[in-house]
Write a protein of this length. Structure first.
Length: 365
């Protein structure tokens, strides 16, 4: 088993760059993804092919950084870690011993009466099924890439670990607590700089509660009702596109202003991912709700799409450069509202069909 370690950072904790040296030396770790949320402070980093530095020249905030880095992980087993914590690296050996059957997530119990938790006594790491969600669960959190549900994008700073815990429990996956892992942290090293923290917390708490309550309350009948409603609202000019969609294809939609097209796909598909160049809260809510039972995910596309793999059908809406990902597509590309398309740019593809509102390219090799 090999882990990808994910760390979003603004480089406010002086010990973190030095701790990277220790992370690089852990045999269980073969990738460390650092989301650089303040490139004005980037220090000298260890020279290692394990380290992937993602610099998008903006501060993505914590939870969007987690979502992005999980997608970029080359491993199924992922540890998401705060940048202001030094911890016992033996934890990775212990994580490999968790039964993978029905596994959802595992997270840190910080320990200590000051945070209302059992005091650490032995330093002998112990991992047990979740008793209740302790504060600090997300300081070190182990998840599976294939089970990850993106944290709603209205949640920038908080409740990402709560979402991870409860979205797994709602899907009847097992969640674990990590006890007695010795740590050193200053705590809230970056959040100290965030203005209006209390208002942000209250707003995100309300948003989180709305999402997770809906997620828990969604059942298979709810899903059937949603899909039936979506099927009845397919626009007449897109009925031919709806008929062409194949239920079990790994289908990806990329673009912006995707509301109508996304709903059309949700009405029929079982395996569907949206990569939004903008943001559509309604589409995200539908995808999250339906992902309790289907393989759906919603992601804001901050970086290029070269790492989006295993695509049977790619649907493109708007001005999107797909030249870098066409080799990752197995069957066909559906381009809606095409304006100018240079077919010479698509070696290995042929024009299959032309409709009023879209064209289809078919892979020929």
């Amino acid at each position: 088993m090999k882990f990808t370690v994910i760390v979003p950072t603004m480089w406010r904790f002086d010990l973190f760059p030095r701790f990277l040296d220790d992370l690089v030396d852990v045999d269980y770790i073969d990738q460390i993804i650092i989301i650089n949320n303040d490139n004005t402070k980037t220090p000298n980093l260890p020279t290692s092919d394990k380290i992937t530095l993602i610099d998008l020249n903006q501060n993505l905030k914590v939870n969007p950084s987690w979502n992005l880095a999980v997608r970029l992980s080359r491993n199924e087993d992922i540890c998401i870690v705060n940048d202001d914590i030094i911890y016992d690296l033996r934890v990775y050996k212990h994580l490999t011993k968790i039964d993978p059957n029905n596994f959802g997530a595992a997270g840190m119990v910080i320990g200590g009466p000051e945070v209302g938790q059992p005091q650490k006594k032995t330093g002998i790491i112990d991992i047990n099924l979740l008793e209740h969600t302790y504060f600090g669960f997300g300081q070190l959190m182990y998840v599976k890439k294939s089970k990850w549900l993106n944290i709603p994008y209205e949640l920038n700073f908080g409740f990402g670990d709560d979402w991870t815990v409860h979205s797994n429990i709602a899907r009847k996956l097992l969640v674990y607590n990590i006890y007695e892992c010795m740590t050193m942290t200053e705590g809230y090293t970056t959040m100290r700089e965030v203005k209006d923290k209390l208002n942000i917390y209250e707003q995100e708490k309300q948003t989180y509660n709305e999402y997770i309550t809906t997620f828990y309350n969604t059942n298979e009948q709810t899903l059937a009702d949603i899909q039936m409603s979506l099927q009845s609202s397919v626009p007449s000019n897109l009925k031919s596109l709806y008929d062409l969609l194949e239920i079990n294809d790994n289908t990806v939609l990329i673009g912006e202003n995707l509301n109508v097209i996304a709903k059309l796909c949700l009405a029929k598909l079982d395996n569907f991912r949206v990569f939004d160049l903008g943001f559509d809260a309604e589409v995200q809510k539908l995808l999250i709700q339906m992902s309790k039972f289907k393989k759906f995910n919603y992601e804001r596309l901050f970086s290029d799409a070269t790492d989006i793999l295993d695509i049977d059908t790619l649907i493109v809406y708007g001005n999107v450069d797909i030249t870098k990902i066409e080799r990752n597509i197995n069957k066909r590309i559906i381009i809606l509202n095409p304006k100018e398309l240079k077919f010479n740019d698509f070696a290995g593809w042929k024009l299959n069909s032309i409709y009023n509102d879209f064209i289809i390219l078919q892979r020929v090799n």
